[in-house]
Design a protein around this ligand. Sequence first.
Ligand SMILES: Nc1nc2c(ncn2[C@@H]2O[C@H](COP(=O)(O)OP(=O)(O)O)[C@@H](O)[C@H]2O)c(=O)[nH]1
Ligand SMILES: [Mg+2]
Length: 384
Amino acid sequence: MVNPRGATYLARLTPPGKSAIATLSLFGPSAWEIIFKVFKPRNKKPLPISPVPGDVFLGRLGQGHGDEVILGCKTISPMHLEIHPHGGTQVVSMLLEFLQAEGATLCSWQDFITHTTTDPLQSMALILLNQATTIEPSKILLDQFHGAFRLWLDSFLVSITQGDCENALALLVDIAKYSFLSSRLVDPWKVVLAGPTNAGKSSLMNILAGYQRSIVSEVPGTTRDVLWLETAIEGWPISFADTAGLRNSSDPLENAGMLMGTNAMEQADLVLWVQDCSVAEIQPPVLFNNKKVVEVINKIDLDGFNASRLRKDSMGISALSGLGVDALLSKIISELVSPIPKPLQAVAFHPLLKSALEKSKEFVDKGRLLEVPKLWVSFQKNQN
Ligand SMILES: Nc1nc2c(ncn2[C@@H]2O[C@H](COP(=O)(O)OP(=O)(O)O)[C@@H](O)[C@H]2O)c(=O)[nH]1
Ligand SMILES: [Mg+2]
């Protein structure tokens, strides 16, 4: 049963703030009873004793004159109604209070989804979908909402029940290729721009932002804070950090900036090691030894730039003219998002799923198949 306590839940599904229309949702055994008692139909024709899905009514709701609302019936078993009042913050608060006084239980939209969806995987995907900021993670989450992971899980658990270790392992190995996405569908990858002062990190940051955001200066050491810029590249969420150049400085402010740079570095999924092609090469510091690093050779627009300076994997760019920046962006994505899932691919889209997969693999490896289904109990569909 979705709603074991028999509560009738109420939530505002549209975000707080002013808008033309808001959406409130009412779900549970008393939903129609509550509405039947307090809704004033516009055409004076009383509401039916029981609505049918798809019914729409125009009327007023709330204390006194109340607000003009549209009432819709989504399902009747269980009873699920939607109310569309005007979207002013006060109108919405007034209606929420009014409906609570009539017996509805107010909850957040996330809790509402959890209470009203029979499939926990679906509600997890829906909640994340709301938080996704770019198109590629949204597509993946939509596929999982429509059952891609559920399908995978069902066939995996069938293999387990049949004792077919070989197939179970093959399924685990296949899906594990995409586990790196489990924490990256909502939170962006972090890419840190690092390198000697004056190499052009802030200029590169500005060209990535499409506007002046970092301070660009001929005086070395101008970038004193870590500046984060969240953006989308090829539909993936990426956060870039511009750091102070790494050098010894007697300026305490600048040293503080460098320190923050090293903290940002710890979080980095990828470091762009930016260098000026017109000065001698500097190796990335040992600090980056355990990081993915892409070497970026900047200022290739300068006369006298020698292409032999570029190594096989380094990227030549001009942060001034934009030359090579598109290729750099593609390189960033290929370093971070690999492999890119095909449509309908099952993906462990939440860290909890990733850890259940890893534990499943441990048990399958040890032949302890009976332990595996227990790991997935909390993700099973609720039976009505
Ligand atoms: N010619 C040329 N100059 C650049 C390029 N990128 C940056 N600069 C110049 O190099 C200097 C230092 O740039 P900045 O972005 O502040 O370097 P940062 O210290 O690494 O942040 C500035 O005068 C920029 O205008 C480039 O691609 N070509
Ligand atoms: Mg700078």
